[in-house]
Write a protein that binds this ligand. Structure first.
Ligand code: C2O
Ligand code: CU
Length: 514
């Protein structure tokens, strides 16, 4: 084992120590108990909550300044039960940040939990010092002494944790917002603890808006609704039951929408825009409407598609986003339509219900056939192809779940870049997932860039992924090529699997834009 790996594991241990303390503090239990949700919770009674939009603390010519605190609080997720959550500003999902293209957002994150955190803007075109490097942690306010000594004890001596030992209790992140309108999200990214931190609630929406999008007749205001989907399970007392199944991934027995189990939304008989995010740790979904009407998809991870696409089903790996229009004027008053997950039967098959009310409204304009111009990147533009194989560490192939996951056979090494693309270069990255009996999806996610999918197993990409992407679904036997330009910033970034437990153990890779 090299020294760097040791150092990195030590930090993970130190962070893990914080997690354990906090777990005890919030009363979570990892014992096997009845799944109260699936047995007793009423469905489609709770109203869908919409996360509040955060107001800037102040604004000036350099942008808008926000304050966000990660802190513990209580939420009603299952009717009649209280769940301890870790939330940005104490809510789950966190407050929505709305940004405008060309105007910077500055966010000061403060940590009032008992465990180190890091914030990352997923899908952001962000300078490296604001990208949320996993060991660049924000320590808990008021817990300096214990966390520091814990970290020191694991490190052996203080010199090796220069980064951690800077002991920040808050961090100012700057997001330039220089890319097109898109549905992004922010979430925790702490080394070795991301899975648990996000499961506890550290995730929120970040919406970038721009003039191009505003010029289209798209539903807006209260007809433009973000839906954060994630699988969770609970103990009898209502606390989250975080079970990472070794390092296979923490799943759940119910899908929450905006932090509530099986909600219902009253909708008018008109067109709505939904921005859907799969914020699960380790659960994929395939979305469909119970009425069998298709979705009209308008956007992928990186914003508007070139043209709208009618898609009956949309598969979503972890961290992927899609935006769809649903026209409820096609239904009668009093009808209900369910949003379903066709990958599962039973409780995980139902997501939410739309209850149709009121007279039909169609005072909005016709949607044009062309939504946006997307520069098609072609293979000829690429200066090289790099291949990344996702799987368990080879020497542990027959141990399940694997002790560590790997990219090209390697565990995450924060001190060494596995790729050094040059600023401005176009490259093809090929993601390969050798056939495995375990069938777990590995969704590769690349920080900094948006890419286009060139092909999947030699075929065209799925209709719902023809646009700018930052995360993609990679299933057993998959071989997918993506193309992108590394522009904007030099520095260190991450590529990793967005199964959060795979990411924590250790399916993550550093790349440097040079
Ligand atoms: Cu959504 Cu590196 O993360
Ligand atoms: Cu994975």
């Amino acid at each position: 084992m090299t020294k760097t790996i040791k150092r990195r594991d030590a930090l993970k241990l130190a962070l893990g120590g914080g997690v354990t303390t906090a777990l005890q503090a919030c009363g979570s239990r990892l014992s096997h108990e009845a799944h109260i949700i699936t047995e007793t919770a009423p469905r489609f009674e709770a109203a869908l909550p919409i996360p509040p939009v955060l107001e800037p603390a102040h604004s000036d010519e350099l942008g808008d300044y926000y304050e966000i605190e990660a802190r513990e609080s209580t939420a009603t997720i299952v009717p009649g039960k209280h769940t301890t959550i870790w939330g940005y500003n104490g809510i789950f999902p966190g407050p929505t940040i709305k940004a405008t293209r060309g105007r910077a957002t500055h966010v000061r994150f403060t940590n009032r939990l008992q465990t180190p955190v890091v914030a990352h803007l997923h899908g952001g075109h962000t300078p490296p010092d604001s990208d949320g490097w996993p060991s660049d942690v924000i320590f808990p306010v008021g817990h300096q002494a214990s966390v520091t000594s814990m970290a020191m004890a694991h490190m052996g001596h203080s010199g090796e944790i220069a980064e951690a030992a800077a002991l920040k209790y808050e961090h100012n992140y700057t997001y330039p917002n220089d890319r097109r309108a898109a549905t992004l999200w922010y979430h925790d990214h702490a080394m070795g603890a991301t899975g648990h931190n996000v499961y506890m609630g550290l995730a929120g929406f970040y919406l970038v808006e721009d003039e191009d999008e505003r010029s289209l007749p798209l539903p807006s205001g209260r007809y433009d609704i973000p839906l954060m989907l994630c699988a969770r399970q609970f103990n009898d007392d209502g606390s989250f039951r975080y079970n990472p199944h070794g390092h296979a991934g923490a799943e759940g027995d119910v899908i929450l929408v905006n932090g509530v189990a099986w909600p219902a939304l009253q909708v008018e008989r008109r067109r709505y825009r939904f921005r859907i995010l799969n914020a699960s740790n380790a659960t994929t979904f395939t979305l469909a409407l119970s009425s069998a009407l298709p979705f009209l998809q308008i956007a992928t991870d990186g914003g508007l598609m070139a043209r709208p696409a009618e898609v009956p089903r949309i598969s979503m790996a972890m961290a992927e986003r899609v935006e769809v229009l649903i026209d409820f004027s096609a239904y009668a008053k009093g009808d209900s339509v369910f949003l379903r997950n066709t990958e599962k039967h039973g409780p995980l098959g139902d997501i939410m219900r739309f209850d149709i009310t009121g007279p039909a409204v169609s005072d909005y304009g016709e949607l044009p056939d062309h939504l946006s111009v997307i520069e098609a990147l072609t293979p000829e533009a690429a200066v090289r192809t790099r291949t990344f194989t996702f799987g368990p560490r080879s020497e542990l192939k027959f141990h399940y779940p694997p002790i560590y996951w790997a990219i090209n056979g390697k565990r995450f090494d924060p001190d060494h870049a596995q790729a050094n693309p040059r600023l401005g270069d176009v490259e093809i990255w090929r993601f390969v997932y050798e056939k495995s009996p375990w069938k777990q999806t590995h969704p590769p996610h690349i920080h900094l860039v948006n890419f286009q999918i060139l092909d999947r197993n030699g075929q065209a990409p799925y209709p719902h992924e023809r646009g700018w992407k930052d995360t993609l679904r990679l299933d057993s036997g998959g071989d997918v090529r993506v193309i992108m330009r590394f522009d904007g910033y030099r520095g260190r970034y991450l590529m990793h699997c967005h199964n959060l437990e795979h990411e924590d153990y250790d399916m993550m890779m550093r790349f440097d834009v040079v």
